[in-house]
Design a protein. Structure first.
Length: 243
């Protein structure tokens, strides 16, 4: 039979056995650590003006931490290894976070990153409540880096991709053919074009267009922002932006 290794948390070794046990001090430590880590994540989201901010992330992490502590308490009291409350917390927070995902009037999905971040914060709350302090801090650091650093990398890669989508507002529906002709002349292939009914009463003709850069010159030298800036100078284009 292979040996079973039990993870020894270095922070528990540093603080002492009391931090791994279920007592008033360890519960206080876990709750405070959970609030601290989630507050930092919440501040990062709130700073970028996302719907779920400081209080939401704190409540998500706090509730999942308390859920694990309760499961551990009932396990000690009843002598059974149950994780019912923790499972219910994960499911409940998954449902709540999914409700932050919305479709904007520009046919864009909004809130997906925040939804996943809330669920991830819930998992970190579970690890804190389980007394896995170092694991919690490592996961927190990874989540924070993903939210604060990777968007810049993602933008850099997207702006140099051969595929991108635009939100286009034309002054008149009859201008669409002229716009399509201009795209083809520039070396842009239209993969998909969809009229947006949300703007029917505005008097504008609004479209979501998926494009592929096929021209060699565009592939070498042009970024999406430069292409869009050039297209915005067309007299019949009311507004254009990358989605």
């Amino acid at each position: 039979m292979p040996e079973t290794y039990i993870f020894a948390d270095p922070i528990v070794n540093l603080l002492g056995d009391w931090s791994a046990e279920l007592n008033i001090l360890s519960v206080t430590l876990r709750v405070l650590l959970s609030i601290l880590l989630s507050a930092i994540i919440g501040c990062e989201r709130a700073n970028k003006r996302h719907a779920a901010g400081l209080r939401t992330f704190i409540l998500v992490s706090f509730s999942s931490t308390v859920a694990v502590i309760l499961d551990e308490f009932f396990a000690l009291k009843l002598g059974a290894n149950l994780t019912i409350i923790s499972a219910a917390a994960v499911i409940g927070i998954a449902v709540i976070s999914s409700n932050t995902i919305l479709y904007s009037s520009k046919n864009q999905i909004k809130g997906l990153t925040t939804s996943v971040a809330l669920w991830s914060c819930c998992i970190i709350g579970l690890t804190v409540g389980s007394g896995l302090y170092l694991v919690s801090i490592i996961c927190f650091a990874a989540l924070l880096c993903s939210l604060s650093i990777l968007p810049g990398v993602e933008t850099f890669l997207k702006n140099r991709s051969n595929h991108f989508e635009i939100h286009l507002e034309l002054k008149n529906k009859s201008n669409l053919q002229d716009f399509v002709t201009t795209l083809r002349q520039l070396g842009l292939k239209i993969d998909d074009i969809e009229a947006n009914p949300a703007y029917n009463s505005s008097g504008l003709s609004v479209y979501s267009i998926s494009l592929t850069i096929t021209g060699k010159e565009l592939k070498k030298y042009k970024e999406h922002s430069e292409i869009i800036e050039a297209l915005s100078t067309l007299e019949y284009v009311y507004y254009i932006e990358e989605m």
